[in-house]
Design a protein around this ligand. Structure first.
Ligand SMILES: *Cc1c(COP(=O)(O)O)cnc(C)c1O
Length: 364
């Protein structure tokens, strides 16, 4: 036996969530976003589980794309940040990768390079995020220059990104969609993509030709104050561990770094083998729920690097070795994230390297 801290990755839940993408956007092609090691779930595992049911994968950078090619993923792969240096271009061509072009620098480097074959590109359009992309007017000239450049393959595609789709009351999404839609029509583009998970779940007018689900595939809601099941999603990751100590602490004794919490009475304290080095958020406040033997108990004291401590007063029979769930089915990652001042995306991405990941393919 080794340290009992595991992330169980439920590939059936992943399939269920992909089906929800298809139920929402049945006419669209699906670009499954597996950047950042598939949001901490393991890019190879996730890619293998859904490769035959999607139309393309999206990653952040060349290194992430090569990880997928290394395991014989043959589907189209889109590199969302494109290239950082023109010396990536020959590899991009050799591995048949698609790139998003977001800046004038990238475009200039691409058009001036000497390449063996034309590259498949997506032109990123600025519609309201004000992060990356060409404003619509520049996008028109870039698109026309691209059509005439022998380094760029047909068809040329358009992409933009939604800034506020998780807020169903915001009019930013409507504005972004309008700007994008006008450009798509003006250029008669046949492959356009705008929707992320929040777009897919909340804004049908953002679907265009390709949808780009990320967080919903992993079974977390993109909307604030919502959990997976509100959107008919199932959590894919179960972060679990065990009680490694159960001890009696006396009234007034403090628990953990900084002595931030004192026992209000003589009581059992449980120590669990998970800490911020495993990705459990250090800012999880006192009272954050943890499931011990399937029942909620409150976190007490500060989160340490390798351990957390919990109040076991409502589990007087809890013993060393008893199972603990930090998030997953029955304890939404969204809830832990929200209490800790963050989002489920960040909890997943921060999963520690030493946490063992195991696949599981039945409904938990
Ligand atoms: C990460 C990312 C997505 C996926 O977003 P979710 O909110 O996880 O669905 C889609 N498009 C782009 C460009 C991204 O960077």
């Amino acid at each position: 036996m080794t340290r009992p801290t595991n992330a169980i990755i439920n590939t059936s839940a992943l399939q269920n969530n992909l089906q929800q993408v298809k139920n929402n956007a049945p006419q669209q092609k699906i670009m499954a976003v597996v950047k950042a090691n598939a949001y901490g779930h393991g890019a190879a595992r996730v890619a293998n589980a859904i490769a035959n049911d999607i139309d393309a994968f999206a990653v952040c950078c060349l290194e992430e794309a090569l990880q997928l090619r290394d395991i014989y993923i043959t589907q189209p792969i889109v590199i969302l940040e494109g290239f950082f240096h023109p010396d990536e271009l020959p590899i991009i061509i050799k591995q048949d990768l698609q790139i998003v072009i977001s800046t004038a620098t990238q475009f200039k480097q691409l058009t001036k390079a000497t390449l063996e074959k034309p590259v498949n590109i997506w032109i990123k359009v600025e519609t309201g995020m004000h992060r990356l992309g060409f404003n619509p007017k520049d996008a028109i000239s870039i698109y026309q220059l691209a059509q005439q450049n022998s380094n760029i393959a047909d068809p040329i595609r358009l992409m933009s990104h939604l800034a506020c789709a998780d807020d169903l009351n915001s009019d930013v999404t409507t504005q972004q969609t309008k700007i994008f839609s006008e450009l798509v029509q003006h250029l008669k583009v046949t492959e356009a993509s705008l929707a992320n998970s929040a777009g897919i779940l909340g804004w049908p007018e953002t679907y265009f030709d390709w949808v780009r689900p990320g967080i919903m595939l992993y079974g977390a809601s993109p909307f604030p104050n919502s959990v997976a099941e509100d959107d008919d999603l199932q959590p894919v990751m179960q972060l679990q561990s065990q009680l490694i100590s159960v001890k009696r602490c006396y009234k007034g004794e403090t628990v953990g770094y900084g002595a931030t919490w004192a026992c209000p009475q003589t009581m059992p304290i449980g120590v669990i083998a998970v800490g911020y080095a495993d990705g459990y958020p250090r800012h999880a406040p006192i009272g954050t729920p943890v499931l011990v033997n399937g029942k909620r108990v409150p976190l007490v004291g500060r989160v340490s690097m390798d351990m957390i401590t919990v109040d076991l007063r409502n589990q007087p029979n809890a013993r060393v070795g008893d199972p603990v769930l930090l998030w997953g089915k029955d304890l939404p990652a969204e809830e832990i994230a929200s209490l800790s001042g963050t989002i489920a995306y960040e909890l997943f991405c921060n999963l520690g390297g030493r946490v063992k990941k195991e696949s599981f393919s039945k409904l938990l």
